[in-house]
Design a protein around this ligand. Structure first.
Ligand SMILES: [Zn+2]
Length: 164
């Protein structure tokens, strides 16, 4: 379990390329991306992003949880973003997971969290619900430009899911 040590070592050797002197913390392209934490999703090359372009908010599923909305609210209200792109994906760990079993496992450890896992049975439906939650969140002053994409890690394809 030496990852943390390795990471520190690598970062030390790369300080010159990691430095961003003078780069604004305000996203250059005024966009925030909410995406699943899945290891196969490499957002920067996928979306043509460079450092400084966008806020990246990731969690299990890429779901519009309270905390994701907190981050998006800060992104818009404090740092000027005006657009949100949501990226969910085929083969997500939450797809078909059991909300009940997960809650039972937590309960067995004496934990009764206020949050839910966010398991879903249909990916497109989950994405549409996700977009609907964002579009109805008054924490976000800019809700005109919210789009949702599905990535397929097997083929590399990214497609949009349109909301009726
Ligand atoms: Zn996922």
């Amino acid at each position: 379990m030496a990852n943390a040590d390795d990471m520190l070592r690598v970062a030390r050797t790369r300080a010159p390329e990691l430095a961003a002197p003078g780069l604004s913390p305000r996203p250059r392209r005024k966009v925030a991306v909410l995406a699943c934490m899945d290891t196969r999703i490499d957002l920067f090359p996928m979306l043509g992003l460079e450092r400084g372009d966008a806020h990246i908010i990731r969690n299990a599923g890429g779901l519009a949880t309270d905390d994701a909305i907190r981050s998006l609210s800060a992104s818009q209200r404090l740092l000027g973003t005006e657009e949100i792109v949501v990226v969910m994906h085929e083969g997500c760990g939450l797809h078909g997971a059991s909300e009940d079993e997960f809650a039972q496992a937590l309960a067995a450890d004496g934990v009764l969290p206020t949050w839910r896992l966010g398991a879903f049975d249909d990916l497109e439906t989950a994405l549409r619900q996700n977009l609907a939650r964002l579009r109805s969140s008054r924490e976000l002053p800019a809700r005109e430009h919210i789009r949702g994409f599905i990535f397929d890690p097997e083929s590399g394809a990214l497609r949009e899911v349109h909301v009726p």
